[in-house]
Design a protein around this ligand. Structure first.
Ligand SMILES: [Zn+2]
Length: 327
């Protein structure tokens, strides 16, 4: 071997080793997460036309499909029924299945189990099945997942258990969540900035959303290790909105950098954590790591704080007051 080829060989070997080291570093933390997206066909469906919902859905699902990220979407069928727009709205739902994703039930009109009687709530569950079940059957799938609106699982244990028995009897598996960065709180402010073409504010919101997501993951990854001894296969709660349609790629990148692989909800639910004792009840819905912690008498302490300026902006929009300045 000549000197020139020997040098080339050495460089090649060094490059291989560097690559190997990089792979080891990247796989050092192996994490898994399932993506779930609520409030379909769109969180703000009341303020969107059918064609805008289709445009948003196409953008969101294209990113997920191109990156081979599985997802389950949860439907509020009441949002389908607007005069002259039913076809577009059902088409948007059907796209989820045509693109290879799955749909679940989120009640007909997003009704909290903590706000109505058990019987009225059960009717909401049944009423929320019609179109979704029909579309699933056309794709040779069946309706199997349920997500509680507001994550409200009941104000007392008896109601919680009766609702669970009702859901099980109708063939549902409850879809818990462990990670939630309140994208819905950002979404309304983001929509308004988008409509006004305020790109600076949109960028501020996206960067705040991603840093808040980082804070949530930092907190709950550590808290779950302390509480149950490991990080379970996580399930993140997102919503059908323009913020996600425009920026879910950045969120997926952030999660990949933390070592996450994207798995199906079915795979995530196979984690033994989701069979642990859970007696949480309360006025406020929350994630299942909180459920397990509160059940064990170890409620979460010193949690991250949601950025106040986003709450102020959101409140201002709802009350049509002048918004407070962005930081
Ligand atoms: Zn919801």
């Amino acid at each position: 071997m000549t000197g020139k080829f020997a040098t080339r060989g050495l460089v090649f070997i060094l490059m291989l080793s560097a690559n190997a080291l990089l792979c080891v570093a990247q796989s050092a933390t192996h994490r898994e997460i399932a993506i779930t997206i609520d409030d379909l066909p769109a969180g703000a469906a009341d303020h969107m036309s059918g064609s805008e919902i289709l445009e948003m859905t196409t953008k969101l699902l294209t990113t997920l499909r191109d990156q081979k990220v599985p997802a389950v979407g949860f439907v509020n069928e009441k949002k389908l029924f607007r005069m002259g727009e039913v076809d577009d709205r059902i088409t948007a739902l059907n796209m989820w299945l045509d693109y290879g994703f799955e749909l679940g039930n989120h009640t007909y009109s997003h009704t909290s189990l903590n706000r109505v009687s058990l019987q009225d709530w059960e009717e909401e569950v049944v009423r929320g099945e019609t179109v979704t079940r029909m579309l699933l059957e056309q794709h040779k799938m069946h309706l199997r997942y349920f997500r509680h609106p507001y994550l409200d699982v009941g104000r007392d244990l008896e109601t919680r258990r009766q609702a669970e028995a009702f859901l099980a009897e109708r063939g549902y598996r409850i879809a818990p969540i462990t990670m939630d960065a309140w994208d819905w709180m950002y979404a309304g402010v983001y929509d308004d900035a988008r409509r006004r073409d305020d790109t600076a504010l949109q960028q501020q919101l996206v960067s705040s959303y991603l840093s808040y997501t980082t804070a949530v993951f930092d907190y709950y990854e550590k808290f779950s290790r302390e509480l149950i001894g490991y990080e379970p296969k996580q399930i993140i709660l997102l919503h059908g909105n323009w913020l996600e349609a425009d920026h879910i790629g950045e969120l997926l990148d952030l999660l990949r950098k933390r070592g996450y692989q994207f798995i199906t909800l079915q795979d995530a639910l196979g984690d033994a954590a989701y069979s642990m004792s859970d007696e949480y009840v309360g006025e406020e819905g929350t994630n299942w790591i909180d459920h397990w912690a509160i059940t064990r008498g170890r409620p979460p302490q010193n949690t991250h704080v949601f950025p106040q300026w986003v709450i102020d902006r959101s409140n201002a929009l709802h009350h049509q007051l002048p918004p407070s300045p962005t930081p």
